[in-house]
Design a protein around this ligand. Structure first.
Ligand SMILES: Cc1cc2nc3c(=O)[nH]c(=O)nc-3n(C[C@H](O)[C@H](O)[C@H](O)COP(=O)(O)OP(=O)(O)OC[C@H]3O[C@@H](n4cnc5c(N)ncnc54)[C@H](O)[C@@H]3O)c2cc1C
Length: 313
């Protein structure tokens, strides 16, 4: 049976994909988002266990650009977002219910299929045919791909020029330990530390940040070089090293911990334009933080720019 033909499919329901989908849908297009995750948000990830709440991907976001600022003003109005702290004259925002609240807010009213891993994308005349890992097929006239670039390159049949232009985009890795404490942490207010010494990149006290729970949850993120070196080290060993390094700021015994590996944490370098349009076929555009800037705001702006290009062409 032929799959239903969609006006537009967006692969990836992180901030870039959601922003692109919202922009296209607002212009009257039918849009379907596909994401392999159990829920939307990608690297804006939150979870809770053993009574503690954690943000274990993006820790906060800035709102410099007027377009993103407008979205954030609306989001602040829902009480789902709050300023966390100011640094270098700029406010860092977070959400008292976890950073995943922003993508969920943006996802309202969008058609999204989560738990769908796209396995391949093939051109068929004026259409894109998408095959999911579970065998489901999709067809669309317009395709937006917002996965990290190496994952997009694995899905798409691109010519040598495009591969040459995109192939050099690399991402840092990041190992994360989520630690549940028996009492308060010793991380000073406002509960966030950016560290320069190995192996720690940042420490965040999620409770001071406003994520209420019975227990304090501290997110420990490792530096890119430690994460690369210890990518395949058993998680118990990684936890031992990171918890020992973080000990001066933990302040209370660790009762439980969990481990997460981000293979594509943040792009090492970003592309010179906010999106990448692939020539010579039905409309296809790549977006994400590798194009808009290595942060939440950059991903959003890239998604909007990609959608705007599609609407104006
Ligand atoms: C540990 C960490 C800390 C960070 N800290 C900050 C911070 O403090 N401030 C800040 O602004 N930014 C921070 N960032 C960066 C920020 O999270 C990202 O820049 C932003 O969320 C990227 O959004 P995106 O939409 O481009 O990509 P993603 O959020 O990665 O979305 C891509 C989506 O594609 C999906 N996908 C991938 N492959 C497939 C497939 N084959 N089929 C279907 N779906 C697929 C994924 O599931 C994912 O949901 C941090 C990131 C990490 C990992």
């Amino acid at each position: 049976m032929n799959p239903q033909l969609e006006d537009c499919i967006v692969i990836g329901a992180g901030l870039a994909g959601l922003a692109a989908a919202k922009t296209l849908q607002s212009a009257g297009l039918g849009v379907l988002l596909l994401d392999k995750g159990r829920r939307v948000g990608g690297r804006m990830a939150s979870r809770h266990f053993e009574g503690a709440h954690f943000d274990y991907g993006a820790q906060f976001f800035t709102a410099r650009d007027p377009e993103f600022r407008r979205l954030i003003d609306g989001f602040l109005g829902t009480a789902l977002a709050t300023p966390w702290f100011d640094r270098d004259g700029e406010t860092r925002y977070c959400s008292p219910v976890g950073m995943n609240a922003l993508p969920r807010y943006l996802a309202e009213g969008l058609r999204i299929h989560c738990g769908v891993t796209v396995a391949s994308v093939r051109r068929d005349g004026n259409l894109w045919r998408i095959l999911a890992a579970d065998g489901t097929e999709y067809a669309t006239e317009v395709l937006v791909v917002t996965t990290p670039v190496p994952q997009a390159l694995a899905l798409l049949e691109l010519d040598e020029q495009a591969r040459g232009e995109l192939g050099g985009i690399e991402y840092h890795r990041c190992l994360a330990i989520l630690a549940v404490l028996a009492g308060d942490s010793a991380i000073p207010a406002p509960g966030f530390l950016r560290l320069t010494e190995q192996p720690l990149q940042t420490l965040a006290d999620n409770r001071q940040k406003g994520l209420e729970g019975e227990a304090t949850g501290v997110t420990i993120l490792a530096t890119p070089s430690f994460s690369l070196l210890h990518w395949d080290t058993p998680q118990e060993e990684v936890a031992e090293l990171l918890l020992a390094a973080a000990a001066p700021w933990l302040g209370s015994p660790v009762t439980h911990w969990r481990y997460h590996r981000w293979r594509y944490s943040q792009p090492v370098q970003t592309f010179e334009t906010r999106y990448y349009a692939v020539e010579g076929g039905p409309p296809l555009v790549l977006a994400g933080d590798a194009f808009g800037g290595p942060r939440v705001e950059g991903a959003f702006l890239s998604g909007v720019a990609a959608a705007t290009w599609l609407l104006e062409r």
